[in-house]
Design a protein around this ligand. Sequence first.
Ligand SMILES: Cc1cc2nc3c(=O)[nH]c(=O)nc-3n(C[C@H](O)[C@H](O)[C@H](O)COP(=O)(O)OP(=O)(O)OC[C@H]3O[C@@H](n4cnc5c(N)ncnc54)[C@H](O)[C@@H]3O)c2cc1C
Length: 248
Amino acid sequence: MKVLVCISHVPDTTSKINFKDDNTQFDTNGVQFVINPYDEFALTRAMWFKEKQGATVTVVTVGNSSTEPTLRKALAIGADAAIRVDTEATDGFSVAKQLAEVVKSGEFDVVLAGKESIDFNGGMVPGMLASFLDFNFVNACIGLEIEGTTATAAREIDGGKEIIKASLPIVIAGQKGLVEEKDLRIPNMRGIMMARKKPLTVATAIDVTSATASTSFEKPTAKGAVKLVDAANIDELISLLHNEAKVI
Ligand SMILES: Cc1cc2nc3c(=O)[nH]c(=O)nc-3n(C[C@H](O)[C@H](O)[C@H](O)COP(=O)(O)OP(=O)(O)OC[C@H]3O[C@@H](n4cnc5c(N)ncnc54)[C@H](O)[C@@H]3O)c2cc1C
């Protein structure tokens, strides 16, 4: 089984987000980048396939050289090899096109991704990737087993679980539940040392035009000052909630 894990390089959730160039560009100054959390679930599941079923695991990122520490972290966690497609990730369509080339040339039969990237939250890449490849696709998975050429995926549905069987090749978009949070791996010193020797291939991007472009970004309005109400003054609290906050 050849597993490809798509890794999005995203700002740490605690980062302070700012925009530049008249709010048209995300300002990366001072921002720490990490593996997209949903991709960490996918990578951890891939490690299980490697350790229990002898799969080979490659990680891929579409992005410039600043994304390489994120790929090295994935190698330190245990991936066998990494590929960086050398271009700026400018929209979901072009990213999915680039990833499709990697899947075709590497003949991967299982592609694991996250259900969304927590930077631009497009949720576009895995579905488009499956469509470009004509692979089966299951979105928002909370469980995945693979036996032979059959994948059994679990999805959370209102009040229960849906179990889906589909044949390989397949794209799976995972989320929390694909593995338990306690099973996520932190790279240890041995993993970090080994990662330095693992192959990180820089692939030339194919020629693709983005289908969308963000024209501007807006931050949410700043929160107003907190109003403190005396615990004994329930009437005032109700009046504020009713007349000012208009939530009751
Ligand atoms: C300089 C810059 C400019 C950008 N400008 C725009 C813009 O104008 N419009 C716009 O829509 N977006 C823009 N982006 C965002 C970027 O294109 C998206 O992060 C990327 O396209 C993913 O799309 P998505 O949000 O739909 O991903 P999702 O579909 O939400 O991601 C789902 C999964 O797909 C995989 N994936 C996503 N991105 C990558 C990646 N780069 N490499 C490997 N796997 C990946 C991951 O597994 C991820 O969990 C910009 C990013 C940068 C760095």
